[in-house]
Design a binder for this molecule. Sequence first.
Ligand code: BDR
Ligand code: CA
Length: 305
Amino acid sequence: MAAKRSIVVDTDPGIDDALAIFLACASPELDIRAITTVAGNVGINRTTRNALQLIGLAGRSGIPVHRGADRPLRGTWTTIEDIHGQNGLGGVTLPGATGAESGPAVDALIALLGSAGPDSITMVLIGPQTNLALALRRKPEIARAIGEIVVMGGSLDPAGGNTTRFAEFNIHVDPLAAEIVLKAGRPMIWAPLEVARQASIDPLWLDLLRAVDRPCAAAAADMLDFYIRSFSRGAALYDPLTILALLAPELFDLRAVALEIDASETETAGQTRFRPGAGDGRIRVAASCKADRVRTLLLDRLAAL
Ligand code: BDR
Ligand code: CA
């Protein structure tokens, strides 16, 4: 088997984050070196507790979980319990965590990246990007250890946001952080709103998941029962796309782009401006995906966990 890819998952669970964490745990190709939590979908106490409980249920309590930023670099943000439930997991009660929190996220990122070889770590960013931005601000040289940054965020359509007309949630919560991460100059893959919508799941897919008689699949199905209600048609499973793009890049149409992030405090704050065909090839965005195969891969992996 090829060498495992070392990843750090930076996350705000969050129902779709929970699916991404399960998927990563179910993927032998990946070595999850750490999970860092951030405030986003819900507050930091809940995202951190949820991360611990999720890896506990997946039988992976050995993965260090580090509590991260409790707010964006600038200003405040609004949590979205209407989509993720009061506890961030659609009201689903998971068994208590078997592991305890490790040290603070920014210190952990600096230590992990600071001691890793060049290009050896893949950062998976599926929440506001505050933690990595803080770490890069404190020690810019840690960027060299990052081989790739895989982001769920932004929209291809500059007026196609899900939080404001112009901005997607993760980038809107902390545009300044996203700009700092972008300017670190590392290779990036972006999974924007449009590709997540294309790979939406529907009640039939949920039935298939529910038919899997395993604890994580059952918990995921219960959470998705709640989540799917906030969508009029199929539910966009945003965050797992990052892991899926690592596992099966051939399922995604990745296009080289130039990217600008609006870090202003105006009404367009958090807007992502992708320019296809421009840039130096360092940044790629998933323009579309083979949706059926993406959904099948997700289901197969969850069924094996
Ligand atoms: C992103 O925002 C959050 O609500 C989801 O977890 C996902 O990371 C989608 O806009
Ligand atoms: Ca998220």
